[in-house]
Design a binder for this molecule. Structure first.
Ligand SMILES: *Cc1c(COP(=O)(O)O)cnc(C)c1O
Length: 444
């Protein structure tokens, strides 16, 4: 053990982090260009217009490599539109992981549908392709794939299963804009993708969302659901034409143009900023490669897959390599070294009353099964890998700039905690039940 790792700060040693962090974790990066773009909208009183949003959509589609991009007020709305676009309706089921932010799936209730949860792969935290097929029924309309906390989901087997059963694939790219799976960008595998662009996400422009697809009918159904001003004579899908003029969903989902103006500027610099983020985050993990108990949450280096903007960065915890040390105690030690670190992540959705007992719309039975002819609810214990996840992950700093000194000190905090695990075991309180939270990604 080297000198620097000898005494944990928790027990009176010097802190690993000594250098001021500066703006290394601040996000999004805001420049005069963002300010000017937003002020232009304000001065033109164009907040509720669509001229800037349409330019943003064009640029976004070109960047994403899809035929269409449609702007929304939130990612929640964009994903609801993606579901509606795929024809999800009364009694239909979508398959989604339970380990995610609620807006990957909860909107399905508003369409009269429901969700069936699948388990995740413990190393990627994305849906386990081996746990999908047996959940498909004749009511399954779509698989909702989440590229969770930046890690690309295993798209090859997922697409194969979906094609074999003739069901749609929706990607939730809220955590992974610009990420690659085997050299291809996330958001371009499924029939449609929806994503959040809210100000905590990796492509961050404020409250906004985007839906991207190559499918004209899905795109136009997205317009039909919540863009009445654009749902007019130029709609080409015959089944939609009789209904133009009013929004079919009864929603108004237009993007605020101060968001789209900022979005145009953020998108212009996004790829180059991601390159620096990846360099910084990979450097952090490279420094910890040989440390027991901690493991990088990232795809293999030569896989052609990447973490994109590395949203809400997490590390894998393997307490069994540290004598069974709890993630809670491990994180306490890291925090004392000067890096705010907590265990846990999104609480599994299937454990919340809204997916078990709550009757939202007065059906006289839980909304989860309101329009189903079977009870598809999933009790505690039914998704074992997912339920174990909160104890096996912890936060790591999300670096936006490459600085070897600062990143090195942060990595040392994790190394010190792991290398001194025997001392930590002496007063380990263990993990409480139910680590993590339903609102983990609220960003205040
Ligand atoms: C943030 C988020 C959303 C919802 O986006 P909003 O813009 O906040 O409505 C959907 N899915 C996931 C996985 C998210 O993290």
């Amino acid at each position: 053990m080297s000198e620097a790792t000898e005494t944990l700060a928790l027990y009176g040693g010097p802190k690993a982090v000594q250098t001021d962090r500066g703006d290394i974790i601040d996000w999004p990066i805001i420049t005069h260009e963002d300010e000017e773009a937003v002020l232009d909208v304000l001065h033109r009183r164009a907040m509720s217009g669509t001229d800037v949003t349409k330019l943003f959509e064009e640029e976004f589609a070109a960047w994403q490599g899809t035929e269409y991009a449609l702007g929304f007020s939130t990612g929640t709305a964009a994903l609801q539109a993606a579901m509606f676009g795929c024809g999800v309706g009364v009694g239909d089921e979508i398959i989604c992981q339970s380990l995610t932010y609620w807006a990957s799936c909860l909107q399905v209730y508003s369409l009269g549908g429901t969700v069936v949860f699948c388990d995740v792969d413990p190393d990627t935290m994305c849906m386990d392709p081996a746990d999908i097929e047996h959940r498909i029924t004749d009511r399954t309309k779509a698989i909702m794939v989440v590229h969770y906390v930046g890690h690309p989901a295993d798209m090859d087997p997922i697409m194969e299963i979906a094609r074999a059963h003739d069901i749609k694939v929706i990607e939730d790219v809220s955590h992974a804009q610009g990420g690659m799976y085997k050299g291809q960008m996330t958001g371009t595998f499924g029939d449609v993708a929806g994503m959040s662009l809210m100000s905590g996400k990796s492509l961050a422009v404020g409250e906004a969302g985007m839906m991207v697809t190559n499918d004209l009918e899905i795109h136009e159904r997205g317009i039909a659901l919540g863009h009445y001003g654009r749902f007019g004579a130029d709609i080409k899908t015959p089944s939609l034409q009789p209904h133009v003029g009013l929004p079919m969903g009864g929603y108004k989902y237009r993007m605020h143009q101060m968001s789209s103006a900022m979005g145009r500027v953020q998108l212009k610099y996004y790829d180059e900023r991601c390159v620096e983020i990846q360099k910084a985050m990979n450097y952090f993990w490279d420094l910890l490669e040989d440390v027991p108990g901690v493991k990088a949450h990232r795809p293999a280096k030569d896989s052609g897959s990447t973490m994109g903007g590395w949203y809400a960065a997490r590390g894998l915890y393997r307490g069994e390599e540290l004598g069974g040390l709890s993630a809670t105690k491990f994180c306490q030690a890291v925090t004392a070294e000067g890096v705010s670190c907590s265990p846990g992540i999104n609480k599994p959705l299937h454990l919340h009353p809204l997916f078990n007992t709550t009757d939202v719309y007065g059906h006289g039975k839980p909304t989860r099964i309101a329009n189903s002819d079977r009870d598809l609810r999933q009790p505690p214990g039914s998704l074992p890998v997912t339920e174990d996840i909160p104890k096996r992950y912890y936060a790591i700093p999300w670096f936006k700039h490459y600085d070897e000194q600062i990143i090195g000190e942060h990595a040392l905090a994790y190394r010190k905690a792991a290398e001194n695990y025997e001392r930590l075991l002496e007063d380990d309180p263990g993990d409480a039940e139910g680590l993590g939270g339903w609102h983990f990604f609220d960003h205040g």
